[in-house]
Design a protein around this ligand. Structure first.
Ligand code: HEM
Ligand SMILES: [Cu+2]
Length: 563
């Protein structure tokens, strides 16, 4: 017999908008402070911005389909690629990650809500309005046009007098404050609201990675927020932080941006690592291999993330000493990342694997992300970087890590958790079509760009001459991007169809291991009445198979990997 279930701490006060039973429609959602509703609204935000950011880049691919195209002019082109990159990072990847975290962290640690439910709502709405504010620039005189990293002096008033960059600053500041407050909320929740028995040593890997990510946000975002505020002062109140003619420094922007920007790329990859760890474990029917190493390497990546930013600035000319230091530190990051890849392979090894759509994305991730990691290591070698920087090779690299890494991880998480969030199953046959269409489209679009970059095509040019091979390769890339566009529409269809008429999902459709699967699908307003006892990283499996519980195995009394 299992010991009596443990009671979870209850929120004392009844909060406004908390009731899911009352049928107040939209108003009920807008006023909600329930972590599940907020999580779902984060995810819708990400999806809608993904459609917009995707449409922007398809227009760009039309322009680049043939040499010397005149579909759009250089001004529009600059606005569209800037908005595309900024949207995808800040208003797709970030809300998607915080959506999953807001929804699942409390459920996975056996809590009934986040530590600060009202702050949780504030974080969401700051992000939403930050995005809307940035998009308002289109009708307010012109969108931002200096790239997602917005380098000085191009971001200055003299080079970009239209108000777009002011909206970039204001929108990202709002969203940035939302992200920081969401991270504080996550840290307090994870540290203080875990159910009895769940020590840090047996906490789900996704929760661990969100803890590290939230720490990174708190350390990295102030640098961006300060830079944005300084730029607003420069542009609107004639300060001179980045203005070389008046004693400012254009290089300062690059340092402030990348001191945020490199940690940011880990902020968007670590949560994906966390989700994938859950997915590999569940569908291989094994605990994740080397729990301590998976978590430890995540922490190491988080720490190293702050020591590599100058690899984005090798071409600036900071001197050999600086370049060599940052080349070495960048290569170091490959080690903990490699550790994780081996751990996931070892988790699959010898498991009885079920290739659901979620598991397919996880497996494809291993291939695609490794390609992106390898081009990253290549870039960390200074002479190679000097040759390839600002070419399409960089575009290929960032998309292999951001799509092949982050987005494949997020999609794997979506297919894994959708039944829990909606109470419905997604159609497996259509999902399979989506997987192949998206993955093939992705590789057709971006694999080629490694070649384009190597033969010298610069990034961020609105058109190009008819040099040998350039036209054909670009046309192929455009075809690939439209395959991805079609796949994305198919995904929207699959999701809407499942929400309307998908077969009902039970509480635990995958025979999974963690606490979120012990509640109904979708969970009630109050997540848990009682939480099952937790004594290993797979509490639900221990509960379902008490005779074979992980924590009872010889030599592993304190959880699977305890001493
Ligand atoms: C093995 C690990 C990695 C290494 C050594 C690495 C190295 C580099 C280097 C040296 C650059 C600069 C290239 C240039 O502009 O000349 C770069 C660019 C970039 N990397 Fe990575 N990278 C790694 C992993 C990642 C990951 C995991 C992500 C995100 C999920 C990422 C996202 C980016 C982005 C967004 C840029 C381009 C910024 C831009 O120019 O717009 N990288 N990487
Ligand atoms: Cu970097």
């Amino acid at each position: 017999m299992s010991p009596p279930p443990v009671l979870v701490p209850e929120p004392v006060e009844v909060l406004p908008g908390l009731s899911l039973d009352t049928d107040q429609g939209l108003l009920q959602w807008i006023s909600s402070v329930d972590h599940k509703q907020l999580g779902i609204m984060y995810l819708w935000t990400a999806l809608l911005f993904m459609l917009v950011g995707g449409a922007e880049i398809l227009l760009i691919r039309v322009q680049l389909a043939v040499p010397r195209n005149t579909f759009m002019g250089p001004e529009t082109y600059n606005e569209l690629f800037t908005m595309h990159g900024t949207t995808m990072i800040f208003f797709v990847a970030m809300p998607a990650i915080f959506g999953f975290a807001t929804y699942f962290v409390p459920l996975m640690i056996g809590a009934n809500d986040m530590a600060f439910p009202r702050l949780n709502a504030l974080s969401l709405w700051l992000t939403v309005f930050g995005g809307l504010l940035m998009y308002f620039s289109f009708v307010a005189g012109g969108a931002p046009n200096a790239g997602w990293f917005n380098y000085a002096p191009l971001n200055g008033y003299n080079y970009s007098p239209q108000p777009g960059i002011d909206y970039y600053c204001a929108g990202l500041l709002l969203a940035g404050i939302g992200t920081v407050s969401a991270s504080i909320n996550l840290i307090v929740t994870i540290l203080h609201y875990r159910t009895a028995g769940m020590t840090l040593r047996i906490m789900p890997v996704f929760v661990w990675m969100m803890l590290v990510t939230a720490g990174l946000v708190i350390a990295a975002f102030p640098s961006l927020n300060a830079a944005l505020a300084m730029l607003l002062l420069d542009r609107r109140l004639h300060a001179h932080f980045f203005d070389v003619h008046d004693g400012g420094s254009a290089l300062l922007w690059q340092h402030l941006f990348w001191l945020f920007g490199h940690p940011e790329v880990y902020i968007v990859i670590l949560p994906a690592f966390g989700m994938l760890s859950e997915v590999f474990s569940t569908y291989s029917r094994k605990p994740v291999f080397g729990y301590a190493f998976i978590v430890g390497s995540g922490i190491v990546i988080g720490l190293l993330a702050f020591g590599v930013w100058v690899h984005h600035m090798f071409a600036v000319g900071l001197g050999n000493t600086a370049n060599n230091f940052f080349a070495a530190s960048s290569m170091l990051i490959g080690i903990p990342t490699g550790v994780k890849v081996f751990n996931w392979l070892a988790t699959m090894h010898g498991g009885s694997i079920r290739f659901t759509t979620s598991m397919k994305f996880a497996t494809a991730f291993l291939v695609e992300f490794t390609i992106g990691g390898l081009s990253g290591i290549a870039f960390a070698i200074v002479p190679i970087d000097l040759q390839l920087t600002d070419t399409y090779f960089v575009v290929a690299h960032i998309h292999y890590v951001l799509i092949g890494g982050t987005l494949f991880g997020l999609l794997s998480g979506l297919f894994y958790w959708f039944p829990k969030m909606s109470g419905r199953m997604l159609n497996e046959r259509l999902s399979n079509w989506f997987f192949w269409l998206f993955t093939i489209g992705f590789n057709v679009t971006f694999m080629i760009q490694h070649v384009l970059g190597t033969i010298g095509m610069p990034r961020r040019v609105y058109t190009y001459p008819d040099l040998p091979g350039w036209g054909t390769l670009n046309l192929l890339s455009t075809i690939g991007s439209f395959l991805m566009g079609a796949a994305t529409l198919l995904l929207v269809y699959i999701v809407l169809r499942a929400l309307r008429s998908g077969p009902r999902a039970g509480a635990d459709p995958w025979d999974a291991y963690t606490l979120e699967w012990t509640t109904t699908s979708p969970p009630q307003l109050q997540n848990f009445d009682r939480v099952i006892p937790v004594a290993s990283v797979r509490p639900f499996r221990d509960f379902k198979r008490p005779d074979d519980a992980d924590h009872l195995k010889p030599g592993k009394k304190k959880g699977v990997h305890g001493k």
